[in-house]
Design a protein around this ligand. Sequence first.
Ligand SMILES: Cc1ncc(C[n+]2csc(CCOP(=O)(O)OP(=O)(O)O)c2C)c(N)n1
Ligand SMILES: [Mg+2]
Length: 449
Amino acid sequence: MNRPHLLSRLASAARPTTTLLLRARPLAATTLAGRRLATASTTAAAPAADATDDGPRFPGALNSKYTHGLSFIHQDGVLPTYRVLDKDGRVVDASQDPHVSAEWATKVYKDMVTLNTMDLIMYEAQRQGRISFYMTNYGEEATHMGSAAALHPEDMVLGQYREAGVLLYRGFTLDEFMNQCYSNALDYGKGRQMPVHYGSNKHAFQTISSPLGTQIPQAVGVAYAFKRARKPNVAITYFGEGAASEGDFHAALNMASTTKSPVIFFCRNNGFAISTPVTDQYAGDGIAARGVGYGIATLRVDGNDVFAVYNATRAAREYALANNKPVLIEAMTYRVGHHSTSDDSSAYRSKREVEDWKMRDNPVVRFRKYMEAQGWWDQAKEDTFKKDIRKKVLEAFAKGEKVDKPAVSELFTDVYDVPTPKLKEQERELRELMAMYPQQYSTKGYKQE
Ligand SMILES: Cc1ncc(C[n+]2csc(CCOP(=O)(O)OP(=O)(O)O)c2C)c(N)n1
Ligand SMILES: [Mg+2]
């Protein structure tokens, strides 16, 4: 007997018009709007349904038919990974070429190199004790730039923490990055957040928060509000495959699916949740298979391929807006750096494995090869740009380090419109302590009141 394929079963159980898998097609702008997404393959046989019967009509599965075959559903396939560029930067199928301009490609490439440069310098700064914490983005650059380039500047971003490139693409300046990492008086968060917990109203980028997964249901709320206001924008939420183990992830997917909210769930599957490899995180087919289970259009994509991520996000955005529905993208990649400056990944994975990934599939190198083949980039441009951007990052770094820390009084502002009696009491107590122990509570380097 044929073993039913989980996805095919789910697909065939859905209404004929329901679309489960988002399959990429050529991206001519005219064909994108209102496109009907491809359905999951239904070639694998499901247990024979009784065609003579109308079906049980249970409200929980209205279109289900009776069957006389007793068989459990097993997953026996793995969802494919959509890609456009091969490892040498060549477009594999011309129909998928997004036909970008030299200007588009140059910005994307330069932003990826800028991100690498900033990561290198800030990581070292933490090692030298100049900032308290940092997280690098090595290996995941294409997921940032490819997705950011496909969004509208007013689409709301709700990130996890390893998506600095999205903010960079949107125009957050090096100074703004440094002010946040130095928790100085110019930081929009007034120094109250850990480094890399960026946020910017101007860039429609909600402030990062440390507890995993909280941004995922929040993004559904944003998308639902957009829909209610008839605002032609989506919310996009980024999260790691580790965060997808949180209850919030599941609640969010179901909420988005049932409220029909235009949200893009963008999972960066980089193989690890700190030290826990994916093999210990789940036994199913990654995160994509979960989207299908919640009735959400889903696509797995090569996260090291800027074009694949770009095409996927662009199609997802158009689909979400045209249909008022969520989309899930699982971008497959590899976390090349340590989890954060608090981690040493050599304790749980071999250095050799990391080196292999760097050599075998580096998203920045892959895109550079594409650029070079177009005649848009060469070694001389690379050398000049790298030198120039390093100088700019170091200048911003030196500038950010010199700015005073926020005034002490800012510790007590903003949460409440009018400070509560308890807060006032705490401030009074703090000031007493500062007066009593001026050495220990020096305000040198802090903005004076
Ligand atoms: C609710 C909660 N649980 C645990 C943590 C600790 N923690 C921080 S990051 C992380 C791993 C997340 O992995 P993943 O979502 O895959 O993102 P990645 O770091 O790989 O980008 C964990 C367990 C946390 N911040 N919040
Ligand atoms: Mg991860």
